[in-house]
Design a protein around this ligand. Structure first.
Ligand code: SF4
Ligand code: SF4
Length: 501
């Protein structure tokens, strides 16, 4: 006798009077939820397979379907809640590590939501962004600490290599392999149109996307997949990935089943072999070793590209960032513990690392205290969800933000959190050709452009309300922030006053 240890999490509710038996939902669901019962001429559902991706809901021509969270749950209490019990049943059945995708859903504080933004009243008048110029352009890279002159007294305007962004947002690393060709193309096209950057992640750069090189950050991760001279020189900047917010302290793993065709060629990994990036870089055991890699990459690219070092936000992040700033890196990217992923061990994703808000504030303060803040730019990611998160991050000290989940949502992702299965019904986290084809790069890139254009308007409005007309004047301006419902220690680390003060 087969025992189902728990009832399906979601139920498909189909209004039979509206259903025309067109079977489109059957065709659209890669999880095999919907099927047609010839004998009774009715559509039926296998609820246990439903991941609540809403593809059927969105495509049903008669709006006959809705997905509801089942109210048939286990007998839980505050300690043994239903999720904990289900995880035990799953591990008892599989004997394996629990895998998840996207950012941690845990109920830990989201500090962005406990920070409020200032607005000008009476004195220091606000600025109307519709009538007055507002500057959202930012440059990332080493900035001179003071005005310099050459030997003959003229102004020395030479700068180390910089990234120029039309707005303080970029698309974070998502590898070709973890996301589809069409998703990569959409990000590349949108970055190019917006005057910002997208990031290859650790999967190499598909030959078709070299044409977007001016708007591409190429990543070098511990597995060195897809890394070669042309690749390094193809992008506008190189990112050394030391860590990732969703899985600090461990490497990456793209299953052999996803290493097919172009993905295999682009990664330079044989078809069908697992692509396993080691947890550490085997040539980096100290800041001196990191410095050597930074220098080697600069040499390989004729000192023309800024070097980014990406780390996960962990307990001693301020000291780590100080070391990175001294390694010769031009930009530090910090990924908070809520950062997304295509696949990560659930326990690590939900329990390792610290929130990006606290990490950012600690790093910015440490670099200022050490007088080296201008030596590096700071980019933060790990659940940046809106223009207000961006503005708060910049006021806390960031130069720019990385977004990934928000970008996927703009393309159609419904956060079903099953990317690791490779059967994304929205054509994003999959390599199955018929699923990939569902994502139209024309439409998806346009939606990304719309999203960030809207955010740019909102950033200007928020800055105008503060009486600030440039990102440069907002950066690290913590006087513009107030906390609500935070304790003394949290306010101290964030470096902001409580609302009412
Ligand atoms: S897509 Fe809608 S109308 Fe068509 S079979 Fe499914 S539920 Fe019925
Ligand atoms: S990318 Fe696809 S599989 Fe991943 S969470 Fe979004 S909809 Fe689900």
């Amino acid at each position: 006798m087969k025992i189902n240890y728990f009832y399906p999490e979601y139920e498909v509710v189909r209004q039979d009077s509206r259903c025309t038996r067109c079977r489109l939902c059957e065709d659209q669901c890669a999880n095999g939820v919907h099927f047609y019962d010839e004998k009774h001429q009715v559509m039926l559902s296998e609820d246990a397979r439903c991941v609540n991706c809403h593809r059927c809901v969105a495509t049903c021509p008669t709006r006959a379907i809705k997905i509801v969270k089942s109210d048939c749950d286990l007998k839980e209490n505050a300690n043994w809640n239903s999720a904990v019990m289900k995880e035990i049943y799953k591990q008892a059945a599989s004997g394996g590590v629990l895998l998840s995708s996207m950012g941690s859903p845990t109920n830990l504080p989201v500090y962005w939501d406990k920070i409020l933004i200032n607005a000008s009243q009476v004195t220091n008048p606000s600025i109307d962004p519709l009538r007055e110029p507002m500057e959202t352009k930012v440059f990332l890279g080493k900035q001179p600490a003071r005005i310099r002159r050459t030997a003959d007294g003229t102004l020395d305007c030479t700068l180390p290599p910089q990234l120029e962004l039309a707005m303080p947002v970029m698309f974070s690393a998502m590898s070709y392999g973890s996301i589809s060709y069409n998703a990569h193309q959409s990000l590349a096209r949108a970055a190019s149109a917006l005057g910002i950057y997208y990031n290859t992640g650790e999967g190499g750069l598909h030959e078709d996307f070299y044409c977007y090189g001016e708007n591409t950050i190429v990543q070098v991760a511990s597995g060195r997949f897809g890394v070669h001279g042309d690749y390094l020189n193809a992008g506008a900047a190189i990112e050394i990935k030391m860590g990732q917010g969703a899985k600090p302290g461990i490497g990456g793993h793209l299953p052999g089943a996803k290493i097919v065709g172009d993905v295999s060629r682009t990664r330079m990994v044989p078809e069908g072999s697992d692509a396993i990036s080691p947890a550490p870089h085997h040539d980096i055991y100290s800041i001196e070793d990191l410095r050597q890699l930074v220098y080697s990459l600069k040499e390989a690219t004729h000192h023309q590209k800024p070097i980014i070092v990406k780390v996960a936000a962990v307990h001693n992040i301020a000291a780590i960032a100080s070391g990175i700033a001294r390694s010769g890196a031009d930009i530090i990217a910090i990924d908070g513990f809520r950062g997304g992923t295509g696949a990560a061990p659930t326990r690590i994703r939900d329990n390792v690392g610290i929130p990006i808000e606290l990490a950012l504030a600690a790093v910015d303060q440490r670099l200022r205290d050490e007088g080296i803040r201008n030596e590096v730019s700071i980019v933060v990611g790990g659940s940046i969800r809106s223009a207000t998160d961006v503005v708060k991050a910049i006021a806390l000290g960031a130069d720019a933000c990385y977004i990934a989940t928000a970008a996927l949502l703009a393309m159609g992702c419904h956060l079903c959190r099953t990317c690791q299965a490779g059967k994304c019904n929205w054509g994003i986290a999959t390599q199955v050709p018929e699923l990939v084809a569902r994502l139209d790069p024309d439409e998806a890139s346009q939606r990304l452009i719309h999203l960030l254009s809207a955010w740019n308007h909102e950033i200007k409005e928020l800055m105008g309300g503060m009486g600030i007309n440039s990102i440069e004047a907002l950066r690290g301006n913590r006087l513009m922030l107030r906390g609500v419902g935070l304790n003394e220690k949290e306010l101290e680390i964030l470096g902001i006053a409580h609302a009412g003060e």
